[in-house]
Design a binder for this molecule. Structure first.
Ligand SMILES: [Zn+2]
Ligand SMILES: [Zn+2]
Length: 385
């Protein structure tokens, strides 16, 4: 029987590399669903920073790069643990280990060797290749040119290749400055509004780096609305892969992620179809697809996106309601929202932050108790028959 995680796939979950802007050799690895908030915590501008980053002489810290696309908090914690403890992790077979422990602690456990940027980058490269993690829909981001250069150097030196479909993106501050210099498109409005907009443009900095990452499901709004409509009005039709009827109350069904395409299919059919389309030499051990072509619209679909929509549809009642109601509520309460919106958002954030902190503690405790359970297989989101 198919089983799905009790919660929808989070909008964002990341494992990040933190670097002291004062002393570049001071590095820290962590995970979070909200990088901007987490950075404020590390810098002491919000409560809840880690002990190791509390030394005032090392602040401010910056996030120089991160991995996004984790299907759950637990999966991000596994990756974080493996990257932090690359001398121990079972994900890396001993012969390919780059970080080797040369010292032992009093209890006989190997001592964690101190991490350099080069060692973190090389271990990152390694972890993104191992079977436990390579089938997750991960994406690598770099926010500092010299760290990206270290990554590029390692890629050319390494004899092993990453899967070609792994997205590696850069977003540097310099790019953001260039964007700002471009003339802003004019919007016709009343004179008063024009002045207000001009003032805003002068003070507003184009978000870049961690501040440009989507923290919520908004980028998926159209997709979620489409899925909602298809199943609400029983427009499922036949499976785009096997051609047989899709019965809404039987099994799991995924929908094409491309705009205007209403291709629906049995989950197992989509999986089989996408896996068959992938280069087998590249992913011979995989049980989960990464991406492929929709048989109906022939556009590219990402398995990770499809699973996000599926888990939102099945398990994200509250999230979907919030996402699809936003526009209606905005129109209805435009005036009142202006007056009260700020306070409410802040309060919600605090509650959310507390809940997230509780969740992290719980998961970290579970991980600490059974580090041998860290096998990375469970987080493939949907386990097929
Ligand atoms: Zn089918
Ligand atoms: Zn399609």
């Amino acid at each position: 029987m198919n089983s799905v995680q009790p919660k929808p796939i989070p909008a964002l979950y990341t494992v990040y590399i933190l670097r002291s802007t004062v002393r570049h050799a001071s590095l820290y690895i962590g995970s979070t669903p909200n990088p901007p908030r987490r950075l404020r915590q590390h810098n002491g501008d919000a409560q809840g920073g880690a002990n190791r980053t509390s030394r005032k002489t090392l602040r401010p810290w910056e996030m120089v790069g991160l991995v996004s696309g984790f299907p759950s908090m637990v999966s991000a914690l596994k990756f974080e643990w493996a990257l932090t403890n690359s001398h121990l992790t079972a994900h890396i077979p001993s012969p390919s280990r780059l970080t080797v422990s040369t010292q032992r602690k009093a209890n006989g456990q190997p001592r964690r060797p101190s991490a350099s940027m080069a060692s973190i980058i090389s271990n990152l490269h390694l972890l993104l290749r191992v079977p436990s993690f390579s089938s997750w829909p991960l994406k690598l981001h770099f926010f500092v040119p010299e760290v990206y250069t270290t990554w590029q150097k390692w890629c050319t030196m390494s004899t092993e290749r990453l899967r070609p479909s792994l997205p590696v993106v850069t977003d540097f501050e310099r790019d953001a400055v260039l964007q700002q210099q471009q003339p802003a498109s004019s919007v016709s409005s009343s004179v008063g509004e024009d002045i207000e907009m001009e003032q805003q443009q002068q003070t507003q900095v184009t978000p870049w780096g961690i501040h440009a990452l989507p923290l919520d499901y908004k980028p998926m709004k159209e997709y979620v609305a489409k899925g909602h409509e298809i199943f609400e009005f029983e427009k499922e039709g036949n499976c785009v892969v096997c051609g047989e009827a899709v019965e809404a109350d039987k099994g799991l069904h995924a929908i094409c992620s491309n705009n205007r395409c209403e291709g629906v299919g049995h989950l197992s059919c989509w999986s089989r179809h996408l896996l068959a389309g992938e280069q087998q030499q590249d992913r011979d051990t995989s049980i989960l697809p990464i991406e492929g072509q929709c048989p109906k619209c022939h556009g590219t679909v990402q398995w990770g996106d499809m699973m996000k929509e599926l888990t939102l549809r099945l398990r994200g009642g509250k999230e979907v309601e919030k996402l699809l109601k936003t526009r209606r509520r905005r129109v209805a309460h435009k005036a009142t929202a202006k007056a009260t919106g700020k306070g409410r958002t802040k309060a919600t954030e605090t509650v959310k932050a507390k809940a997230a902190a509780r969740g992290r503690k719980k998961a970290a405790k579970a991980m600490a108790e059974s580090p041998r359970n860290v096998d990375g297989q469970e987080a493939g989101v949907v386990i097929l028959d």
